[in-house]
Ligand binder design. Structure first.
Ligand code: FPP
Length: 304
C-alpha cells in the first residue's frame, strides 16, 4: 500500500483557465491537499447507450471513444498525475464476438493516430498495461508509436488497460518473480535448489517474495495505487480491474453511461472523493483517539 507522498507541493493548476466555466467553478471549490494522484475509470455502458437510441453497439463504442479525449484533457488541465482507463479487458477479448473485438481494435488504432497531437499539446504521456503482446501486431505498432511520440511529456500519464485482467496480472507477476529467482541462481552459478537451501528455504523464499517485490513485478510497478476508481453505468462491481492496486481506493459509481461522461463528471467524482475519509486500515482523522485510554483492561474484560 502506498499512501500519498507528504512531500508533494499542492498548487492550483496553471491550466485551470482552459477548463469550461462549469468545470472551473467546481475545480475552484477543491481542497488541493485532498486531490487524488491517480484516478482509474471502468468505462462501461457503450452498448446500452447505443441500445437506448436503437443504434448498433459499435456506434456506442465509437461515441465512447469520442468522449475519452475530453475526460483525458480535463484530467490534464487539473494536473492529475495519473489517469488509467479500462479500455479492453482480457475477458472482452475472449468473450465478445470477433467482429466487435475487431471493431474495438480499429477504434483504438484510429484513436491513437488521431489524438497523438492533442496528447502532445496537453503534455500527456501514453502508457499501457495488460497482455498487450497478444493484441494484433499493427495495433501494437501504433501503441508503441504513440508511446514514443509522447514519452517526453511530463503532465498526466494516461494509461490504457488493454487486454488487461487483474488476475492474469498477478499470475504474470508471480511468474516474473520465479524467473528472477532462476536468473539469480544462474548468475551465481548454482542451482535454484542449492541457492535456497543455503539460506534456509522458507527464509530464502520470504526474502524474494513479499508485498513490495510482488508490487514491483506488476504492470503498474512505476505507478502509485489508484486513490479513486470510477465506474460508469451503475454496475457495482470491479470486473477484474487492478484488484491488487485498489485495496484502499475509494469507489465512485455513477448511473451515467460512458458515452455521456465528460470532464465535468470526472470533477464531480473528485468532489465526492474529497468528502471521503480515508483510513488505510487505521482510525482516520475524525476518530476519538482518547477512546484508546478508555478501553477496558484485560481484567475488566475477564469480569464481564
Ligand atoms: C463497455 O461497454 C466498454 C468497453 C467494452 C470498452 C470501452 C471502450 C471504449 C470506451 C471505446 C474505445 C476506447 C478507446 C481508448 C479508444 P459495453 O459494451 O460493455 O456496454 P454495455 O455494458 O452497455 O453493453
Amino acid at each position: 500500500m502506498r499512501e500519498p507522498s507528504s512531500s508533494r507541493v499542492y498548487q492550483r493548476s496553471n491550466r485551470a483557465n482552459e477548463l469550461t466555466p462549469e468545470e472551473r467553478a467546481l475545480y475552484d471549490t477543491f481542497d488541493l491537499e485532498r486531490m487524488p494522484q491517480h484516478v482509474a475509470i471502468i468505462m462501461d455502458g457503450n452498448g446500452r447507450w447505443a441500445g437506448k437510441r436503437a443504434l448498433k453497439r459499435f456506434l456506442g463504442h465509437q461515441q465512447g471513444a469520442e468522449c475519452v479525449q475530453f475526460v483525458v484533457e480535463t484530467a490534464s488541465r487539473i494536473d492529475l498525475p495519473w489517469l488509467t482507463l479500462y479500455a479492453f479487458s482480457l475477458e472482452n477479448n475472449l468473450r465478445r464476438p470477433k467482429n466487435e473485438v475487431n471493431f474495438l481494435m480499429k477504434l483504438l488504432k484510429s484513436y491513437l493516430i488521431s489524438n497523438v497531437k492533442r496528447m502532445n499539446d496537453n503534455n500527456i504521456r501514453m502508457a499501457y498495461i495488460g497482455r498487450t503482446h497478444e493484441l494484433p501486431q499493427e495495433v501494437q505498432d501504433t501503441m508503441q508509436w504513440a508511446a514514443e511520440q509522447t514519452a517526453k511529456n511530463t503532465g498526466t500519464t494516461l494509461t490504457l488497460a488493454l487486454n488487461y485482467g487483474a488476475r492474469s496480472e498477478i499470475v504474470d507477476a508471480s511468474r516474473k518473480l520465479v524467473h528472477n529467482m532462476i536468473a539469480e541462481a544462474h548468475r551465481r552459478g548454482i542451482s535454484v535448489e542449492d541457492m535456497l537451501a543455503a539460506e534456509g528455504v522458507d527464509d530464502a523464499i520470504r526474502a524474494r517474495i513479499d508485498e513490495p517485490q510482488l508490487n514491483a513485478a506488476l504492470y503498474t510497478a512505476n505507478m502509485p495505487d489508484p486513490d479513486l476508481v470510477v465506474r460508469t453505468s451503475g454496475e457495482q462491481r470491479i470486473s477484474n480491474f487492478l484488484l491488487w492496486q485498489i485495496a484502499y481506493a475509494e469507489i465512485f459509481v455513477t448511473d451515467r453511461l460512458w458515452p455521456d461522461f465528460g470532464g465535468i463528471h470526472l470533477l464531480e467524482a473528485i468532489a465526492e472523493y474529497q468528502q471521503r475519509e480515508r483510513r488505510f486500515g487505521g482510525l482516520g482523522e475524525s476518530s476519538d483517539e482518547a477512546l484508546a485510554d478508555t478501553l477496558p483492561s484485560e481484567a475488566e474484560l475477564a469480569r464481564r
